[in-house]
Ligand binder design. Sequence first.
Ligand code: SF4
Ligand code: SF4
Ligand SMILES: [Zn+2]
Length: 584
Amino acid sequence: MVGAKNKMNETDGIFWCDACNIPILDNICGKCSSIGRFCSSDLKPVFEAERVLFEKSLGLELPIEILRSGNRILLDGKTLYRFKVDTAKNRITSIEPIKEIKKRIVAHERTPGFMRKTLRANENYLRKKERTAVSLVKGIATRYSDRSPVIFFAGGKDSSAVSLLVKKALRGAPLFFADTTLEYPETYSLVADFSKRCGFKLIRDGDDFYKSPCDFFELCRKLGPPSIYSRWCCSAFKSYPVNKYYGEIREDVLAFLGIRKRESTRRRKYGTLSVSKKLSKQLSVFPIIEWKEADVWFFLLREEVPINALYMHGFSRIGCWPCPTGSFSYILRSTVHPELHKKLDGMLSSYADGHGRDRQWIEQNIWRLRRPKKKRIIVRPTSVERKDGHYVMAYGSRLFSPYIAEFLKPLGDFERNNGEFSLNSGSYSISGSGRRLLLTCGTGNLSEAKTAFEKQLSRALSCVSCGGCFGACPEGAIKFQNGRFSIDGSRCTRCAKCVKSECVAMEFGERTIRVRADPYAMTRCIEGLPMHHLVFPDLKLWKRAVETLTKKDLKFEAHRDSRVVCVPKGSMKEIEKILRPNWH
Ligand code: SF4
Ligand code: SF4
Ligand SMILES: [Zn+2]
């Protein structure tokens, strides 16, 4: 991403040699040695199809020497005009008056062989950049020689540049293409073309690429459309293929990625090496972390390698076709791939209908800013008893299933027996039998045991089997079994990394399901009064209980804010009998 948002220091931008009338990546022209003037923080070439798009939007013919920096079109190292994107009307308009643009075009003098001349003038600069990156790759690969080098190729310019640099430094590092199943057709063509023409081995899962088994539209129904604040799609579709691959190999990986500081504010903090929290097998290396977008472009054009055809149309980043980022990509998608645009529109329309949104929400791209409310599934015990200095907590029968037991395995020694199971963590135990889940713990560790157990139960009930957390496991113990989350107990070392890992469904799930925190959630009154608390999951149930107890003329205290009803010690049995029919 370039433009004002990512504006950098002027000594680190793009300069213009007025003598040669070309952009220079350093402030001294490599052709005539003139000192260049600062032109922009970064830029990219404008290929023919993109130029035609701009020409149509202006109704003017544009010189072939134009370049782009964010929403600025540059000519002769100056702003020719700025444009804005109107997604509602599906058009691009100029901010400057057309007659001003015309005047600037008339004043422009053609530079014959513009790109050839540009590449020649920047040759020394590019060679230096290349040398630095190649020696960095060599150094890191030597330092981490116990890891297998793998190049992560996404079909865009940055991963193409990294692939070429790693190839120059190391022999035989393969390309890994994580198929999100949501790629544009041009990306699939590029992967085949680039690997063949540049001589790379492609890592494959049988005859196919490693890919996510999830259905994007199905997940949209469960989690809502992805937005710039809720990019669950990255976890589900990008992480899963990588996780699957890592689960099948023994060795740790030195992963080369095309990530640059200038792409986002978050990435500006990155160094050259990074340990991945989500992917415990991976040590990430970013050989072009300091590169500008223009460095990458001129390097690729100099190398004359195949380039993703989407760039020709004006895409400045290559990603999945439903990606919520960028309004310019929105226009490009509708122009270049109207059939995919229609598919996305269909999904957004059905979400909008079900959530009281109008057409504007879609057409004005407001859906991209959707902020899902975090609504976690809350699990509470149905009864709490004190027995021999221990608490025994029972959880509702609907919670008992062999699938839910999978999520409990990281908590302790797990044993399964004829559909029943037991688990011992050392300080508490869990058992599942007779369709009941029981948690037994000492009085001193009630809170620790309850939190760990209920958190995993909540995760199990939220899980949409996206595969996003599988890579958090250093042992490759988490897998899909019959399309659902499962843990291979023989591999699990109970390190709890998966328990702490991010879960897209818990983070972004829109569902409001609550496991009934039943009226029987009994603990001693916190004030030490001889009363028991009945904690209700929502106000409706609380009101119903209050009405029922009022009619029966029973003694109780009701606290609306905390949805609690306090009943005197000794009356529990009677109250249970009265309330039970209301909840089961
Ligand atoms: S507890 Fe550790 S080893 Fe076991 S499944 Fe989770 S991450 Fe893997
Ligand atoms: S637990 Fe969460 S992150 Fe893991 S597979 Fe299920 S939904 Fe995805
Ligand atoms: Zn010059």
